[in-house]
Design a protein around this ligand. Structure first.
Ligand code: C2E
Ligand code: MG
Ligand code: MG
Ligand code: MG
Length: 295
């Protein structure tokens, strides 16, 4: 009996029912109910101005905690959600929750200038997105200028309607950022036609920057080229995955003024972000008042 079952015990299943296939089915089944079971939530990571440490925005990052699976990384469940057609309800939930959160921080005394939300390719389809976004903003009571949607180059390039959709979003006043910039292959001529405000330099180009000769010079060169491109096209550039002062100094030296990364803060729960940055804002206010009364 033991022999018939084989080493892994998966002998009886057809190839599509292999361990991996089963794992996948289980993931899908659990994911399908994750929203209603309140297992999905958002963490928020600060985006700062490098020179001053001022908060310029936050990025909403989705999290899934399942009692059986524990914490599941978005890199694992987002592709599954895309395949099984669950990304629309999930993306919709994320968008609405992030906008509600920004409005709620406003009321608590922390005005986050920009809420950045990731969009997947499946959400980027005709006839829905701009209208959905308008409704969500209205319900949350958040101005469209406070929202920035992040899409990757491949989302833009793989969507036949990209130009139309992006223009629709632009028309309602929402900002747009190209995420993981430099890893795809978007045509620069095309990019230049899009009403995009921000390029996010992918973490892979930031990771190896260092003061000593140990850094990857090619990656550094790409980071610098993206900063230059942003300047030429009059876009703001933000670096992702900034983990140390060397990287921050390098970026600032080359004219990149905004960053996001563990150096400034990991993605955290809303209360933690509020505590950390409201205190910061209060201190900044205090300093200014101090200065004003000094003079
Ligand atoms: P992303 O949009 O490029 O987000 C940045 C990722 O880098 C996040 O991973 C963040 O936690 C991580 N990160 C930030 N700073 C650092 C750093 O200094 N060092 C390192 N090593 N990592 C850093 P996370 O939260 O695991 O998300 C991974 C990806 O999943 C995101 O990449 C995004 O593509 C996708 N994602 C996350 N939330 C959503 C969502 O709500 N909707 C969609 N469609 N995709 C999402
Ligand atoms: Mg992103
Ligand atoms: Mg990114
Ligand atoms: Mg990335």
């Amino acid at each position: 009996q033991a022999k018939a079952r084989g080493r892994n015990g998966y002998q009886f299943y057809s190839p599509s029912m292999s361990g991996e296939g089963l794992e996948r089915l289980r993931l899908e089944a659990l994911l399908r109910r994750a929203i209603e079971k309140n297992e999905i939530f958002l963490h928020y990571q600060p985006q700062v101005e490098i020179g001053t440490g001022r908060l310029v925005g936050v990025e909403a990052l989705v999290r899934w905690h399942n009692p059986e699976l524990g914490l599941v990384a978005p890199s694992r469940f987002i592709p599954v959600a895309e395949d099984m057609g669950f990304i629309k309800p999930l993306g919709q939930w994320v968008l609405a929750e992030a906008c509600r959160q920004a409005a709620s921080w406003d009321r608590a005394g922390l005005v986050v200038p920009k809420m950045a939300v990731n969009l997947s390719v499946r959400q980027f389809e005709r006839g829905s997105i701009a209208e959905q976004v308008s409704t969500v903003l209205r319900d949350a009571g958040l101005g469209p200028g406070r929202l920035q949607l992040e899409v990757t180059e491949s989302v833009i390039m793989n969507s036949g309607d990209a130009l139309q959709l992006v223009n629709d979003l632009d028309a309602i006043g929402v900002g747009l950022a190209i995420d993981d910039f430099g890893t795809g292959y978007s045509s620069l001529a095309y990019l230049q036609q899009l009403p995009v405000q921000t390029l996010k330099i992918d973490r892979s180009f930031i990771k190896d920057i260092s003061l000593d000769a140990g850094g990857d010079r090619n990656h550094e060169a790409i980071a610098v080229a993206i900063i230059q491109l942003g300047k030429s096209l009059n876009l703001s550039v933000i670096a992702e995955g900034v983990e140390n002062e060397e990287q921050a100094a390098f970026l600032l030296r080359h004219g990149c003024r905004q960053a996001q990364g563990y150096l400034y803060g990991r993605p955290v729960a809303p209360d933690e972000l509020l505590t950390r940055w409201r205190r910061d804002a209060d201190e900044a206010g205090g300093t200014e008042r101090g200065r004003a009364s000094d003079s």
